[in-house]
Structure formats: C-alpha cells, structure tokens
Design a binder for this molecule. Structure first.
Ligand SMILES: [Zn+2]
Length: 85
C-alpha cells in the first residue's frame, strides 16, 4: 500500500487515486506542434527508474489533480503538491 499525501485531503490510501503519467510541462503553444510532436507529448514518456513527478487524480476524494513525487523502484513517496495552472 502506498500512502499519498493529498495536499487537499491529507494522507490517503493509493486505492483512492488514479495514477495517470509522468508530469511533463505542457507545450506553450500546442497548436504549433505537428501531429507527431503532439503524439510524443501525450504518449511517450521517459519512464525512468528512481524519482519522478507524476500526475495523480484523487478520484475518490477531492477529485483534484495533484503532482506526486514517487520513487518508481521503491514506491516511496516524498510528497505531493497541488497542480498549478
Ligand atoms: Zn484529495
């Protein structure tokens, strides 16, 4: 079990969340990208071993997106932040 420290709700079991993907910066001007570049942004991620920033959705809680810092080897969680738009 992983405990995710939701910045809105506090510590919660991972079962309440959906892990989406690596948190990569959104392109400044998506309309300027080719289809191949957009496809690469949406689907191709580095998937590194070790510490990553990931987007998680608190589906069974506040229903907000958060950024979780998680080690993909150990599943240790170093913290979580609200998504800033
Ligand atoms: Zn929450």
């Amino acid at each position: 079990m992983i405990v995710i420290p939701c910045p809105h709700c506090g510590p919660r079991n991972e079962d309440e969340f959906v892990c989406w993907s690596e948190a990569v910066p959104r392109p400044a001007d998506p309309a300027a990208l080719s289809d191949a570049q957009w496809n690469d942004y949406v689907y191709n991620h580095a998937n590194p071993k070790g510490w990553v920033r990931e987007q998680w959705w608190h589906e069974r809680g506040c229903r907000r997106w958060i950024i979780v810092r998680r080690n993909t080897l150990t599943h240790e969680v170093a913290g979580a932040d609200p998504v800033r738009r």
